[in-house]
Design a protein around this ligand. Structure first.
Ligand SMILES: Cc1ncc(COP(=O)(O)O)c(C=O)c1O
Length: 489
């Protein structure tokens, strides 16, 4: 319970016992308090928070009324196992392992569901899929199927040798340092399985990629947020000294969700700091190749002189997420270990797709496609900014343009709550991701993420019009015009 933040707000109109109950309920929902865990005694918590014992008793009673805890006289108050839904057959009830129960947040799962055709969704992080080089991909698939018996055979868990070689050549490493993945998310999961023991601390961008937050939390890690907004290295050093983290996970280029990019100097300082404390870095470079015009600063992995950085990447944003193809770059011994773990759940990533993508990388078409994609994404970011400027009331939302990536990170004016706005927006046929999903704590209530790249400009305009009508009561959008400025973290 010591890791749960119980910051009660005297300005909050809810009674204190209600705030306490809500905070604990949220911590249970996020899996920070697990079934069977004992809450602090009423007396101890009252002393710790400087509140009356009655407030704590009432808070615990309210939690009990919601079925989240059970009090046992003389023993204390314990977190209950969630009740199984009626459709679970009786023999399966109560059988879910504790580790699996930590994976209870459906946010990521919900994000990948397709909305109806009428709905305009700025929620999933999707590139301009309509630019996918379909004919070329089809021709390569035919050629590979005709020519290469490996296309339909089982192959090594590390990946098709042809794709490992192609990736190694492109990123100037050795093929043994490349592991082919079923998407970047698999890399995050494999590293969690490989590195995290329950109770280990890991440092993550705050706000940061929700798939990483959920996966590391699911592995039992204690998540320590590092403020991406400031890129403050002293804050990171404090966290290292205080929590002794296993590693830092960061997404330093066109970050998800903020779109920010760590400047080269800051990258060097970060590597220096990590080297001093021997802190491994997992660099999620998913957006590295999606700068609109000029290339962004080099990836941390390329600047690293101490062998600290493991790089994760994917074709999900540069080709298509449906290919489920990503890769990881690490020292060969680490690749071996990760391949053994991968083999337990996923013996071999689809061989045909690997061979076709290897062919694509060997020719010029992939880089041509990237050029087109970057241009179209820049156009779509412009279309979304124009629409926000035109159709949102003054002060309703503040955002910053970036030179790459897929996202606008927005702050709502007038303390508007993003989750409440989403409920109204879904009914009006437009979706986004509320900021809360990207915080390992209770931040992000007034923020939201809009993905501009996956929607053609006319639909962007219509979606923003729908948002504008909902926000019509608030003041006008103020945009920080950062297009001509070096993006900062
Ligand atoms: C930073 C980051 N990492 C990983 C992923 C997952 O990518 P994949 O589809 O390759 O699993 C995403 C997807 O949005 C992402 O933004």
């Amino acid at each position: 319970m010591s890791t749960v933040s119980l910051a009660l707000d005297p300005a909050d109109p809810r009674p204190l016992y209600r705030q306490l109950c809500d905070l604990l309920a949220e911590a249970i929902g996020r899996g920070e308090l697990l079934p069977g865990a004992r809450l602090l005694s009423e007396r101890d918590l009252a002393a710790q928070l400087g509140l009356s014992r009655t407030t704590i008793v009432n808070g615990y009673r309210e939690l009990e009324a919601r079925g989240l805890v059970r009090g046992h006289i003389g023993r204390g108050t314990f977190i209950c196992a969630p009740s199984a839904p009626d459709e679970v057959p009786p023999a399966w009830r109560g059988k879910i392992a504790l580790a699996a129960q930590r994976t209870s947040d459906p946010a990521l799962h919900a994000l990948v569901r397709q909305p109806g055709a009428e709905t305009i969704s700025f929620a999933p992080g999707s590139a301009a899929l309509d630019l996918f080089p379909l004919e070329h991909f089809r021709a390569l698939t035919d050629a590979v199927l005709r020519r290469d018996p490996a296309a339909l055979a089982l192959g090594p868990t590390e990946g098709q040798p042809a794709l490992r070689r192609a990736l190694a050549a492109r990123y100037r490493v050795r093929p043994e340092e490349v592991l082919v993945l079923a998407g970047a998310q698999q890399g995050i999961d494999l590293l969690a399985r490989c590195l995290i023991d329950p109770g280990d601390a890991v440092v993550l961008d705050r706000p940061g990629y929700l798939g990483a937050i959920q996966t590391f939390r699911g592995a039992g890690a204690r998540i320590v947020g590092w403020s991406v907004e400031d890129g403050a290295l002293d804050e990171l050093e404090d966290a290292i000294l205080r929590y002794r983290p296993k590693f830092l996970y960061t997404n330093p280029t066109f970050q998800n969700p903020t779109g920010r990019t760590l400047a080269t100097e800051l990258r060097r300082d970060l590597l220096e700091l990590a080297a001093r404390y021997r802190l491994p870095i997992i660099e999620d470079a998913t957006y590295q190749e999606l700068g609109f015009a000029d290339p962004p600063p080099p990836p941390l992995r390329e600047l690293d002189r101490h062998g600290l950085v493991i790089g994760i990447n994917t074709f999900s944003k540069t080709l298509a997420p449906g290919l489920r193809l990503g890769w990881l770059i690490a020292p060969a011994a680490v690749i071996q270990q990760l391949a053994l773990i991968k083999a337990r759940a996923d013996v071999f990533s689809p061989g045909l797709t690997q061979l076709v993508v290897a062919e694509l990388l060997a020719g010029r078409r992939y880089d041509e496609h990237l050029r087109q994609l970057r241009g179209e994404h820049a156009r779509r970011q412009g279309a979304m900014l124009d629409a926000l400027r035109r159709d949102l009331p003054s002060g309703a939302l503040v955002t910053t343009a970036h030179r790459g990536g897929l996202y606008l990170w927005c702050r709502l004016g007038g303390e508007a709550n993003a989750r409440e706005l989403l409920t109204a927006a879904a009914a009006a046929g437009v979706l986004f991701v509320p900021g809360e999903a990207f915080y390992p704590d209770d931040g992000g209530k007034h923020e939201l993420r809009l993905c501009f790249s996956g929607t053609p400009p006319e639909r962007i305009a219509e979606g923003v019009r729908r948002l504008g009508s909902l926000l019509a009561a608030g003041p006008a959008i103020r945009q920080t015009q950062a297009l001509g400025r070096q993006p900062i973290i």
